[in-house]
Design a protein around this ligand. Sequence first.
Ligand SMILES: Cc1cc2nc3c(=O)[nH]c(=O)nc-3n(C[C@H](O)[C@H](O)[C@H](O)COP(=O)(O)OP(=O)(O)OC[C@H]3O[C@@H](n4cnc5c(N)ncnc54)[C@H](O)[C@@H]3O)c2cc1C
Length: 383
Amino acid sequence: MAHDVIVLGLGGMGSAAAHHLAARGQRVLGLEQFGPAHARGSSHGGSRIIRQSYFEDPAYVPLLLRAYELWEDLERTSGADLLTLTGGLYLGPAESTTVAGSLAAAREWGLPHQVLDAAAIRSRFPTLRPRDDEVGLYEDRAGFVRPEASVAAQLAVAGRLGAELHFEEPVLDWSANGGGVAVTTARGTYTAGHLVVSPGAWAPRVLADLGLPLRVERQVQYWFQPVGGVEPYLPERHPIYIWEDRSGVQTYGFPSIDGPDGGVKIAFFRKGTDADPDTLDREVHTEEIAAMAERSGRDLPTLPGTFLRGAACMYTTTPDEHFVIAPHPEHPRVTVACGFSGHGFKFVPVVGEVLADLAIDGTTRHPIALFDPARSFPVGSTP
Ligand SMILES: Cc1cc2nc3c(=O)[nH]c(=O)nc-3n(C[C@H](O)[C@H](O)[C@H](O)COP(=O)(O)OP(=O)(O)OC[C@H]3O[C@@H](n4cnc5c(N)ncnc54)[C@H](O)[C@@H]3O)c2cc1C
């Protein structure tokens, strides 16, 4: 057997797995259907929020703390600029999930934070205009990571450590037995001791045997040029933010990172439509631009300004919006990583570390009980 581990899918999670496995001396074969750091999956669009006071569940916090260490390691090892801390503000009514959930996580883990009322937010961050009944939790240790550069950096480091990486080579089939795994592409069949499956939005197909209730969603990222320019939106002035309204709809936004004419990126967090990864509608439509423009105009005094461009992306969402990371329940020689539910990128390097642990040792010291594929999903929310 020429390889110890095959990694299926070299996007965010798969490139991290290839890196961590190669760093631990494994002979790795990575197979990707498209090119390196492509824009046809879930890991493109220039920026991803990274934050610590995690309203989704405080159980993510130890993984986040480790992810920050590993992001910094990856910057050192690769020499790439990947992580920028800008501070982060999570706004909404005090009882909203975004505010109350962030506060609960910050308190449980003793994370440094400040709770600001609307007037304090308006005076400290003039780009934001909360209503009088809205508040925000602010933390310094938040910002953004650059997804394409991160995938490229992980692939480069993995390659340097001896991983063999094949692009434009879709996996057509895989199988596993007690002795190992076999993976078939148009070029032939490869065997190895272990398989890591990290197929992103293709999980419903590649991991159909798991019968997971996954929903693939089309999600658009929008760039607008603010009235008066991007100056007030530079990373040292304008934090990343997530903003929940009274109806529970969340939007989020980034500082200006693409130059004076590059605008700022904003999006709805969870307002996607069902999608198929092979026929994804990549056109961004007038009505959706109008909905984004209207919402941003409500919250930010110099937006929407001028629409510049949009880019469709995909979430692969589980009913409880928690990830799936585990040994395959039927095949101990296969490890699965999917269902990142629109919030996985900030975890990329720690997921790589966990996947390497599971592939090599069968277990990990990291807390991943929340990501068990055999958990019971909320009834009625099945896609
Ligand atoms: C619009 C948008 C905004 C987001 N914002 C944030 C954010 O701010 N913060 C955050 O933390 N997360 C965010 N996310 C989520 C995060 O980006 C994803 O959770 C993460 O990128 C998922 O990585 P992945 O490796 O699972 O998928 P991908 O990066 O898509 O990788 C899967 C790979 O598998 C390959 N593949 C699939 N099937 C096969 C096959 N049969 N053979 C070979 N290769 C195959 C695919 O081509 C792909 O390259 C956002 C996502 C989107 C879409």
